[in-house]
Structure formats: structure tokens, C-alpha cells
Ligand binder design. Sequence first.
Ligand SMILES: CC(C)(COP(=O)(O)OP(=O)(O)OC[C@H]1O[C@@H](n2cnc3c(N)ncnc32)[C@H](O)[C@@H]1OP(=O)(O)O)[C@@H](O)C(=O)NCCC(=O)NCCS
Length: 173
Amino acid sequence: VRTTTRLVRPQDAERFTELVQANREFLAPWDPVRPAEYYTLQGQRDTIELLLRAHADGAAVPLTILGDDEIVGRVTLSNIVRGALQSCSIGYWLAEAANGRGHATRAVAQSCELAFAQLGLHRVEAGTLVANVRSQAVLQRTGFRRFGLAPQYLKIAGRWQDHLLFQRLSDAE
Ligand SMILES: CC(C)(COP(=O)(O)OP(=O)(O)OC[C@H]1O[C@@H](n2cnc3c(N)ncnc32)[C@H](O)[C@@H]1OP(=O)(O)O)[C@@H](O)C(=O)NCCC(=O)NCCS
């Protein structure tokens, strides 16, 4: 089993459209409510364009996850903040059929390496729903530590829901 990550490309839109359609119910409990447009090719093109614009602005690094050379999900470093904070957030999802093989764990590990070694950041933050034990296991395997609980932190599946907050710090001075 091989996992690679690379910058999202506009040409990925077709495959992402297939994946978000096929995984709509699987992802729904962990996602914001999406407009109908999100599940269309144009919606995925627009999503990728927004992500690449944020990348051009230095605010995000959106990465396509490939499992054995097939697109299986996405991991995004976002909210990149410089100055005294030098921090970003990480978010990720995998197609249901690609779960259980370590793809998310390796993709998150590769993204942290990029955040620290290439972007020179000090910290990567992640938030999970309290019930999202699979995501918490990914963070545990990749060196994150839980540091808090944020009440009503994000509007997920239509409700403001509590999140556990995790962070991983760089070894660099
Ligand atoms: C959260 C999510 C990415 C986790 O996916 P996952 O497949 O459980 O995580 P990984 O890809 O790292 O795989 C881990 C599983 O593969 C197994 N595995 C096999 N080989 C492995 C390896 N080399 N390294 C790590 N795990 C491996 C692990 O034992 C684990 O199995 P388990 O499910 O029986 O415990 C996925 O469930 C998802 O997309 N959920 C919906 C969206 C979401 O919640 N995103 C996160 C929001 S905070």
C-alpha cells in the first residue's frame, strides 16, 4: 500500500465529483451542510479554484491524497498564519472504500512534514467532533496531543458542535 500527496489540480475535479457523490452519506456527519452545487462537477471545479487561490495567497496548501496512484481523498493545511504564531490547521477526508489502510495517517504525516520542513511552521492544529474516534486515532498516530475542548466550535451537519482540539509542534527552535 502506497500513499502520496501532491498539490490539488483543476483536472482532479472529475474524480472529486465522483468521490463526493459516492461518499455523501459517509461524510455528512463530519462535514458542514453543503449546497447542492457542491456535488456537481462545476461545484468541485469552484472548490478547487478557491483552494488554489488560497494557496497562491500563502494561506493554504490543498493536497490530493493518492492511494496506490488513485485519488482517494484530500488533506488541506489552511489558516496559515505567520508572525509570532507560525501555525496552520489541518483537515482531511478519505473515501469510505479507502478507509482502514493507513492512507489518512500517512497523508497527515506527510502534510505535517511539509508544514514544518518546507513552510517553516511551528504548529499544526486539528479539531475533531467528540465522537470522531477514527479521526482522533489518525491524530494520535501522527504525534498530535489533545490540548482542549472548544464548546460549539464548528457548525457541522447543521449544528454548532463541541470539538476536541489537538496540536502537533515542530521540533525546530
Ligand atoms: C477520519 C478518516 C480520514 C480516518 O480514516 P481511516 O481509514 O480510519 O484512517 P487511516 O487511513 O489512517 O487508516 C487507519 C486504519 O488502517 C489500519 N492500517 C493498516 N495499515 C496501516 C498503516 N500502515 N498505518 C496506519 N494504519 C494502518 C489501522 O489499523 C486502522 O484500522 P482500524 O480502522 O481497524 O483501526 C476517515 O474515516 C474519514 O474520512 N472520515 C470522514 C471525514 C472525517 O471525519 N474527517 C476528519 C475530520 S476531523
